[in-house]
Design a protein around this ligand. Structure first.
Ligand SMILES: [Zn+2]
Length: 214
């Protein structure tokens, strides 16, 4: 699904031009090696075939991760001063393929418009920390015989919650979820996002949990 485009680049070191491949669409949930390049900062590095020097060169691309409900237009940092113009252009460029790219992908959140890879890697790093804490919590929850319900990823990012919510088997209520989360936190208080989840559950007005995807 990851898609590449070819762009002509002029090497800033030797002045020669060459054609280079760039990702135009990256599927975060499938292109694991490409996602690692983004996280390691190597995504936008090229080697000039003439002088073999390293060049950093950003081109706009689309980052999609449907299970994480994330869709981001990632543009070079240098575009930021004219962000309105570029956002309009990105939207126009992707409009013809929007249906085929997004249909049935389960992305419900609004697109994010990011300038510079740093803004994307910050989201991905934060998600990775969240995944690690979620894994620890899930391990404990399974030992307690609890089941795990998916938290809406957009709300998980917004409120800094785990990606899942523990719930006793056969139950679904805010009170039961709160009790399960508090029970896990009593056993391991080194889980800040679980604490945020407890706070979020406490603020609920009735027995529903609006941020759990069912
Ligand atoms: Zn060169």
């Amino acid at each position: 699904m990851a898609t590449k485009g070819v762009f002509r680049i002029e090497c800033p070191h030797c002045g020669e031009s060459f054609d280079a491949d760039f990702w135009t669409v990256v599927r975060g949930d499938r292109d694991h090696a490409v996602k690692e390049l983004i996280l390691s900062g190597e995504f936008d590095l090229l080697i000039c075939p003439h002088c073999e020097d390293m060049i950093q060169h950003e081109e706009p691309f689309l980052y999609i991760d449907p299970p994480k409900d994330l869709l981001a237009f990632v543009m070079p940092e240098s575009y930021e001063p004219e962000k309105d113009k570029w956002i309009a252009r990105m939207n126009a460029d992707y409009e013809p393929v929007r249906a085929s790219l997004f249909a049935g992908q389960g992305i419900t959140s609004a697109p994010r418009y990011l300038f510079g890879l740093g803004q994307l890697s910050a989201i991905l790093e934060s998600d990775r920390d969240r995944e690690e804490e979620t894994d620890v919590m899930e391990f404990m929850a399974r030992e307690e015989g609890l089941k795990l319900l998916p938290v809406n990823p957009v709300v998980a990012r917004e409120l800094d919650l785990p990606f899942t919510l523990p719930m006793p088997a056969g139950l679904f209520s805010r009170a039961a979820g709160l009790k399960a989360a508090e029970g896990l936190f009593a056993k391991n208080d080194a889980l800040p996002r679980l604490k945020n989840l407890i706070e979020a559950l406490k603020t609920g007005k009735d027995d529903t949990i609006p941020f759990v995807k069912i």
